[in-house]
Design a protein around this ligand. Structure first.
Ligand SMILES: Cc1ncc(COP(=O)(O)O)c(C=O)c1O
Length: 423
């Protein structure tokens, strides 16, 4: 074991899970290089962050230029990258989203969204969905339900938060199949409003438009639309958490575009600045402009260097990466569907763009042991993957959006060898 890893085990809290026992010296594009010069294809993008690829030259250039000029503001004054970025976000976010608050991380964006929803509506109730991950700070953690490991020993969490099952069709909470589906999950949600939480006391409904940590699950096309209608009926704010599904990951700027649904508030982080810490709580002006001075704030949020990196990131993604994500994503889906026909242990393949989940099952049960073996094989052979799902039996494919078809094929060949061995 490398000395750095030994020291890390000694010095860093075990609460922080570092997924792979390798030490990376440098990274470029889709490739990581460890201390011994071994290269890995990164099909995780550093957990759906390096959407432009690691150390994209344009992003690095923008960071260096901004660092030379101005690193920090602490909200003491204005600076140009903050406004350039806001104007760009206004352009790429769904119509009507035109005001922003910048933080440093996904969880901060969610905290901001919750506070804004309560502040604006004067209501307390919050509805979230089982399986979603929204962050680890106590507010966002009250919503997170992608696994009890995140919540254990932290109760009591935020009151007036209610959960309804996410529409996870492959393993339907209600045991339905697509042919028998009567949208029981939606009915359950209506039940929450009948039995537990009066809709007129509900500030917001928050959901990931595509489930991330919970297993890369794409909901049925009309589910989000029905949520939108329900919110409109009761003047509840719809918050879409696009922290993982945004910034081109699904082949559109934001996953909500696939469903034709416009949120009242949205959260953006991860891919926004190609790895520099930055997040945004974004909303319609009529909502966010009512947030009074001091009702929310930050010291580091919207850091000039992060904003400059985000501007370069958006320009880079605009330069053909959405299309590439759709093309290479489709190619990957075709290859994976063919693999599903060959290997019984692949239960489901699903996704949008380059947000693809492969769910492993054995004898009708989640096959987490197999997945561990497959991922170990892949890492040994130069392919880094990350799992998802409450049972840790889903591999998520989230490579940088710059990935070429040939690189995807090479990665999937390694994966297939792993499946052959473990399956
Ligand atoms: C959908 C979603 N929301 C919020 C978060 C929290 O982001 P962060 O880890 O930057 O706090 C994540 C992180 O994985 C996420 O996937």
């Amino acid at each position: 074991m490398h000395d750095i890893i030994k020291k890390a085990h000694e010095l860093l809290t075990p609460a922080l899970v570092i997924h792979n026992d390798i030490t990376v010296k440098k990274a470029q594009g889709i490739y990581l290089e460890d201390m011994n010069g071994k290269r890995y294809m990164d099909f995780t993008s550093g957990l759906a962050v390096a959407n432009t690829g690691h150390n994209h030259p344009e992003v690095v250039k923008a960071i260096k230029k901004q660092a030379d000029a101005l690193i920090h503001s602490g909200c003491m004054f204005y600076y140009e990258p903050l406004i350039t970025l806001s104007e760009m976000l206004k352009r790429i976010t769904p119509p009507g989203i035109d005001m922003f608050f910048f933080g440093n991380s996904g969880t901060e964006a969610v905290e901001g969204a919750l506070k804004l929803a309560r502040f604006y509506t004067g209501r307390q109730g919050i509805v979230a969905f089982t399986g979603c991950f929204h962050g680890r700070t106590l507010g966002s953690l009250s919503l997170t339900s992608s696994g009890t490991r995140y919540r254990r020993k932290y109760h009591s969490l935020l009151p007036s938060v209610y959960h309804s099952p996410y529409p996870y069709c492959y393993r339907c909470f209600f045991g339905q199949k697509p042919e028998t589906c009567g949208m029981d999950c939606y009915e359950y949600l209506e039940g929450v409003f009948k039995h537990l939480l009066p809709p007129e006391e509900t500030a917001c409904i928050i959901i990931e438009p595509v489930l991330g940590e919970g297993g890369y699950v794409v909901p049925p096309m009309n589910f989000l639309k029905r949520l939108r209608d329900l919110c409109d009926k009761w003047e509840i704010l719809l918050i879409l958490d696009e922290v993982q599904s945004g910034m081109g990951r699904t082949g559109k700027w934001f996953a909500s575009e696939h469903f034709g649904v416009i949120p009242d508030i949205m959260t953006i982080a991860k891919g926004i600045a190609s790895g520099m810490p930055l997040s945004a709580t974004a909303s319609k002006k009529e909502i966010m402009s009512r947030w009074s001075p001091g009702a929310h704030g930050t010291t580091f949020g919207g850091n000039p260097v992060s904003c400059a990196a985000a501007v370069a990131t958006i320009k880079t993604i605009e330069n053909g990466l959405l299309k590439n994500a759709l093309t290479v994503g489709k190619h990957a889906m075709n290859m994976l569907h063919a693999m599903k026909e060959k290997y019984d242990c692949i239960g489901d393949v699903r996704g949008l763009g380059l947000m693809i989940g492969i769910e492993f099952m054995k004898k009708g049960r989640p096959y987490a042991d197999g997945l561990k073996k497959i991922m170990a094989h892949c890492l040994k052979n130069g392919l880094m993957l990350v799992e998802a799902g409450v049972d840790k039996n889903v591999i998520r494919l989230a490579p940088p959006l710059i990935i070429k078809k040939g690189e995807m094929e090479k990665g999937l060949e390694i994966l297939e060898e792993g499946i052959k061995k473990a399956g």
